[in-house]
Design a protein around this ligand. Structure first.
Ligand SMILES: [Fe+2]
Ligand SMILES: [Fe+2]
Length: 305
């Protein structure tokens, strides 16, 4: 249960994580916020349906694991992580009424996602002891694997200049980049927590397979759902070919980059600090309109107090 060497090295000089309270106004965001590209728009829109339930589930699981943490700095970062993920969940949730107003009701899909996280991956009626602990550790490891992908996507969106070139909606880009930057900022927490409470390599491989399969399944299902239910499309379809083409254009992550990220996570030498760039993430958070507004709101609250 000792903190990992990597944890000490990576974290000794960085301030503890903190949540930034942000809010976005969606009034001016068009349905196809990547102009003329409904497939890219909806493939990224899947995040708004997956993340609220997924990140609420992270918070739920992490609150249960807090008593197992024997390292004060790691505990502080897990608490910061919980605050950040709760804020991400809320921010994406707030996009859904806007989609409904534009004729795209996500409820049938979000109901499936809720079932997945709340029932399939939820608490089971297990007696206290080994079985309950096994299921908790299994979920902690699943979160570490998912966080490998949230950091991957965060790093991608921070650098996805093609979205700017194509005139993507600035508010949506700010949501994605604010979230992506915090994912890069806290990318080591879930893995370090997993290593601290368990760290079994077999569990890492097994839960990576579970997380990857679930993400691919849910994501393609969500993209198909949005394309088929988009009120402006007569025959909306989603295919891997379109995804691959989006990756080649730079409006979506490249398939090759995604495939190359797999052996990195499964390497015994893996540590998330090797992925993405903290300086870039922190620089974005210092310039993000939503994050700046959040800092100003906190300052004026303190001034008024
Ligand atoms: Fe997040
Ligand atoms: Fe995260």
């Amino acid at each position: 249960m000792a903190p990992t060497r990597q944890y000490i090295d990576a974290m000794s000089n960085t301030p503890p994580l903190k949540a930034r309270k942000v809010s976005f106004s969606w009034d001016g965001t068009p349905l196809h916020w990547v102009p003329g590209d409904p497939f890219t728009t909806h493939t990224i829109n899947v995040l708004h349906m997956l993340l609220p339930a997924g990140e609420r589930w992270f918070v739920h699981v992490y609150k249960q694991v807090l008593p197992l943490i024997r390292d004060e700095r790691l505990r502080a970062d897990v608490i910061g992580f919980i605050g950040q993920e709760a804020m991400h969940s809320q921010a994406h949730d707030e996009v859904l009424p806007h989609l409904r107003e534009q004729g795209l009701d996500p409820t049938p899909y979000t109901a499936q996602v809720d079932w997945f996280f709340e029932k399939l991956l939820g608490d089971r009626t297990l007696p206290p002891g080994r079985a309950r602990r096994w299921w908790l550790l299994e979920r902690v490891a699943i979160i570490a694997a998912i966080e490998h992908y949230t950091a991957f996507l965060g790093n991608w969106v921070l650098n996805a200049e093609e979205l700017d070139r194509r005139g993507a909606d600035p508010t949506m880009l700010d949501l994605l980049r604010w979230h992506g930057a915090e994912e890069v900022e806290h990318r080591s927490v879930a893995f370090d927590l997993f290593m601290h409470v368990d760290g079994s390599y077999r569990r890492r491989v097994r839960t990576w397979a579970t997380a990857f399969t679930a993400l691919v399944f849910l994501w393609q299902r969500g993209a198909r759902f949005f394309m088929e239910n988009d009120p402006t499309l007569t025959d909306g379809k989603a295919s891997f070919k379109q995804f691959y083409a989006g990756g080649r254009r730079g409006t979506l992550p490249a398939t090759g980059d995604m495939l190359r990220s797999i052996p990195r996570y499964l390497s015994r030498d893996y540590h998330p600090s090797q992925e993405g760039c903290t300086e870039q993430a922190v620089a974005y958070l210092a310039s993000s309109p939503a994050a700046i507004a959040a800092v100003a709101a906190v300052a004026s609250e303190k001034g008024a107090a």
